[in-house]
Design a protein. Structure first.
Length: 118
């Protein structure tokens, strides 16, 4: 698997982990609202990273990566809210929070690198 495909795969796997986590959130009003937001932001990260590979220009590529970065930061917020509000607890949530931090750093570095090439 080449580097670009591995990069995309990390974000696809993250989106799949978000889907699994959302299934475990309680079916209460707050649980459903947070689940909806978390599902949207957590799965759109990979979609934006994937779409960046078909960018029409270098500026478009950077823009799509920046949208992905915005979405993963939003996902980080929703994961923190799940934790702080005790909607879920345990190792799975903490692993996903850690993974989110790792992917945020990777995506931020990618944006910086892509911008420097403009």
């Amino acid at each position: 698997m080449e580097k670009k495909e591995r990069f995309q795969e990390k974000f696809l796997e993250f989106g799949a982990e978000i889907v699994v986590l959302v299934k475990d959130l309680p079916r209460t009003t707050p649980g459903r609202q947070i689940a909806d937001q978390l599902l949207r932001s957590g799965t759109s990260v990979g979609a934006n990273v994937h779409e960046a590979q078909s960018a029409e220009s270098s500026a478009d590529f950077v823009h799509k990566l920046q949208i992905g970065l915005k979405e993963i930061r939003e996902t980080s917020y929703w994961l923190a809210l799940v934790d702080k509000s005790n909607l879920l607890q345990g190792d799975a949530l903490m692993r996903l929070v850690s993974r989110c931090e790792e992917l945020t750093a990777i995506l931020a570095r990618s944006v910086i690198t892509a911008k420097s090439k403009l």
